[in-house]
Design a protein around this ligand. Sequence first.
Ligand SMILES: [Fe+2]
Length: 142
Amino acid sequence: MNRREALKAAALAAMATTVASAYDEKLIVNRTKMKIADPKHPTKAELKHTPEITVGEKDAAGYTLVEVTVGQEGIIHPSKADHWIYEIELFADGKAVDKVSLEPVISRGYLGSRVKLDGIKTLTAVAKCNLHGDWESSVTLK
Ligand SMILES: [Fe+2]
């Protein structure tokens, strides 16, 4: 690789990094794994952060629609410049199957995925709030 090619490769790598993470990583101030203190009586703040997993219909190829929204009972987590859900991860029986990186203001806490659920027993989602930490919920499949 000559100098010109090396500079071009470096410039492309820098652009890719910029695009991959448009928001300021310094805004993520809490990476604590959180839990609902009293699962029978969750607070509004807890409901606002807990991912809700919805299992939809299976398509012709055998992939089922799985949607994750944050949070629960109609309480939607805000998406402001300084407070938003920056990432959602989806696991099937503990294996990572999807992950979204979300930008503040322009997008909110949502993930939609098509997953082959044959033999899968549990779906787990983790929603990550830049201020209030990582919140997990699971559903058991029949
Ligand atoms: Fe939050």
